[in-house]
Design a protein around this ligand. Structure first.
Ligand SMILES: Nc1ncnc2c1ncn2[C@@H]1O[C@H](COP(=O)(O)OP(=O)(O)OP(=O)(O)O)[C@@H](O)[C@H]1O
Length: 122
């Protein structure tokens, strides 16, 4: 691959593509809406419970990790659908693995939420 010169314009374009990806995720992906709702509720509860700085860092990190995993999962699903629209056992494995990645981050988020919120609520 030929070395490319550093260009501010190219970097700005990369950001534009990434923000377009975010727009696509939040407009087209139903799971994106579910995660957005969960994130808004978690942030509202965090504001209400007046969290410490470290607790905020944990909550925000959990939210971001789940979103990132879901976005990668959506990308894998889209790519898999381009590869074939037929039922294919290998595509099933690929999609199930990507979904498992989201599940792991969702479990992490629930555990972090439980550790932080439950003692303050009960
Ligand atoms: N082409 C395929 N061949 C075999 N199995 C498939 C195929 N497409 C989807 N699946 C199975 O259906 C599941 C759901 O895949 P789909 O692409 O419909 O994602 P989805 O319904 O958007 O899921 P998610 O809730 O993760 O967004 C996959 O995890 C996989 O087990």
């Amino acid at each position: 691959m030929k070395d490319k010169e550093f260009s501010i314009i190219a970097r700005v374009k990369s950001f534009k593509h990434a923000f377009n990806g975010l727009k696509l995720f939040f407009t087209n992906e139903h799971n994106g809406w579910v995660h957005l709702l969960a994130a808004v509720l978690a942030i509202a509860l965090s504001l209400y419970l007046n969290l410490s700085t470290l607790e905020w860092i944990a909550i925000i990190s959990a939210i971001a990790i789940v979103f990132a995993a879901e976005i990668f999962n959506s990308a894998v699903e889209k790519l898999a659908d381009v590869v074939t629209s037929e039922i294919n056992p290998q595509i099933k494995i690929v999609k199930d693995l990507a979904a498992a990645g989201v599940l792991v981050t969702a479990i992490l988020a629930v555990l972090i939420g439980a550790i932080i919120f439950l003692p303050k609520l009960f």
